[in-house]
Write a protein that binds this ligand. Structure first.
Ligand code: ADP
Ligand code: MG
Length: 254
């Protein structure tokens, strides 16, 4: 197998003849942190929907760790190691952060331990480490409903990591967060990127600048360009696409 975790060839998704994804080619290396940006309607969410099996392509190929994903259901693809974080946090509000993480660990690794109601000592270590990584040690044992929006986002990223996916897909993790919370989520993703493959879809340009190494710009369902944040920011095609759309809707890229 080559070092690619994800390879997408000539992907097209048509909705009643409208191509939300149009002959898109993309690949990502194992261990990479990739940010995907693009104006509204560029096809970013559809792209994630195809990777997770929620939407099946009209034509094209999607391979994960060298394996063709098209025959598999959304659930099977999740079990194969692709974890997705949706925009809105989906944590159990009445449970504590620690309990939320225990549940996520248990669901995916050790169903028996959760049936008998005890996390194994190894899991406790993992959960303590995760609580530290997501910066919630001091709030580990209060109900999650008392967390701020940013803390809930970090908890949900922790819950995703607890499932040990090989590839983490994160959809607009800082929408609606304060600047401080945005920086916290950025630092968390950077820390996780040291030993995970992560794809982040994002609009917030400050945030993209904070975390981006390799950036892919989508436009009208295709890859417009790829490169470092500096390369992408100075690409005339990208400037045109961003400046050609209303400023209040799409933050300027430069
Ligand atoms: P983004 O996430 O980049 O804003 P989307 O992937 O949500 O873009 O949408 C890309 C395009 O496809 C948009 O024009 C959207 O209206 C269209 N689209 C998305 N889902 C559907 C659907 N289920 N049926 C019809 N059109 C859709
Ligand atoms: Mg979207």
């Amino acid at each position: 197998m080559n070092g690619k975790i994800l390879e997408i060839e000539n992907l097209t998704v048509s909705f009643d003849g409208f191509k939300a994804i149009n002959n898109l080619n993309f690949s990502m290396d194992k261990g990479e942190l990739r940010v995907v940006i693009g104006p509204n309607g560029a096809g970013k969410t559809t792209f994630m929907d195809v990777i997770t099996g929620k939407t099946k392509p009209t034509t094209g190929k999607v391979s994960f760790k060298g394996r063709n994903l098209l025959p598999y259901s959304e659930h099977q693809i999740a079990c194969m190691g692709i974890g997705r974080k949706f925009q809105t946090p989906r944590v159990y509000l009445k449970l504590t952060p620690r309990e939320n993480l225990e549940l996520s660990c248990a669901q995916h690794k050790n169903v028996f331990a959760s049936l008998v109601g005890r996390a194994s000592p190894g899991e406790h270590r993992t959960i303590a480490g995760l609580l530290e990584t997501i910066g919630l040690i001091s709030k580990a044992d209060i109900p999650a409903e008392l967390l701020s929006h940013g803390e809930k986002q970090r908890l949900e990223i922790g819950m995703l990591v607890a499932q040990s996916p090989d590839l983490l897909l994160v959809d607009e993790p800082v929408a609606g967060l304060t600047d401080e919370e945005t920086a916290n989520v950025g630092n968390l993703l950077l820390a996780l990127a040291e030993n995970h493959s992560i794809m982040v879809i994002e609009h917030d340009m400050e945030f993209v600048r904070q975390i981006a190494r390799q950036v892919t710009v989508l436009h009208q369902g295709s890859v417009l360009c790829e490169g470092s944040m500096d390369e992408v920011q100075n690409d005339p095609r990208v400037i045109e696409v961003y400046l050609g759309t209303p400023q209040d809707e799409h933050p300027a890229i430069a």
